[in-house]
Each structure stands twice: as C-alpha cells, then as structure tokens.
Design a protein. Sequence first.
Lengths: 110, 113
Amino acid sequence: RKEVEQDPGPFNVPEGATVAFNCTYSNSASQSFFWYRQDCRKEPKLLMSVYSSGNEDGRFTAQLNRASQYISLLIRDSKLSDSATYLCVVPGTGGFKTIFGAGTRLFVKA
Amino acid sequence: NAGVTQTPKFQVLKTGQSMTLQCAQDMNHNSMYWYRQDPGMGLRLIYYSASEGTTDKGEVPNGYNVSRLNKREFSLRLESAAPSQTSVYFCASSEVPAYNEQFFGPGTRLTVL
C-alpha cells in the first residue's frame, strides 16, 4: 500500500449536493492528519485538521477511522466556490516529514 | 505580515544551467520545507529544515541542495538543471514539524528546456 492514497476523481456535482472523499494511509502510528485545499495554480491551504475521531467546521466534516486506516472529508450543500483540489496529508515516518496525497479534484456546477 | 514569499515566480532554464530559488517567512517558524508538485503526483518533499542550522533530505533530494541561511530564509539550489526538474516548487513553513499547519508560499513555476 502506498503511504497515502486518495479517491481518483474528478468529482462533478451540482450545487447543493453532498460529496465525500476518502484517503487511505499505511502508517498505523500516524496521530494527526490534515485536509488541504488547493485552487488552480495556487498554493495549498489548510482546510481542516483531524486529530482524533473527527472534526466539523460548518459544511465540512472530516472523520478518522483508525481500524481501517482511512480519513474522509464530507462536504454538505456544495457551493461553486468549493471547486478545487483537496489534498490529504499524513505524517511520514521520522516525524518531520509529511506525505501529501495526489489530490482529488472537485467541480461544483450550477 | 507577508507570510511565506518565494522568488522568482516563473523561470525558464536551459539544461545544465544553475539557479537558486529563494524563500522567506516572517512568522517566526522553526521549520521550513521545499516541495515539488508534478501533475498527478501530489507534493513531494525535497528537503526540509527542522530548525535553524539543520537540513535533511526528503523524498526526492537528488539534484538539489539547500541552505538555511537564518531562521527566516531557506533557499533551494539546482546546480545543473535537467528537464526532469521541470515542476512547480513550493516552500512552506510551520511552527513545529509535521504536527501543525504548514503555510505555503505562492510557488515557483520552473521549466527546464
């Protein structure tokens, strides 16, 4: 298994839809996880941290399943402005390294 | 408060030329990172500096060197550019390594012909 793998995408959804992305990881010792958002030709920016069982921020919910070693990101009531690439991030071995997933592209259409 | 700044924003090199990418942060962060991003491959760590005075190799260090000039600045050097180094390069910083948010610069788009 790769250190981190994401749903391939792209996801094309209408405004108002609920969409979920998954991210699997291989390092069972990982304690902290992140979702970043990256707009086209821009830098990644932190969307949410996932430290324990999960985290919720408005329309966004991130969940962690340690037994199956995956994290998920749920977006409710999708907006056009949610169109972006979502990157899953997990700590790598050695403490100082972080491993980024290849990203899942989301297109929200009117 | 500019956050993380990178120069240049765009660069075209010929094979064999050298150049240095500059990165600076004004958030008093201890750790700094250099990544490259290629289509379909996500961000890959080239080098990182856990604190001032230290640097370590990441996942793809070959062909690159780094210098942590001081707490604010972390530069990436390509000694002899190759077409395989065509990529978007991002610098990032964080308070402590791995367990906190990383703040990214706007990136440098490098093309090696």
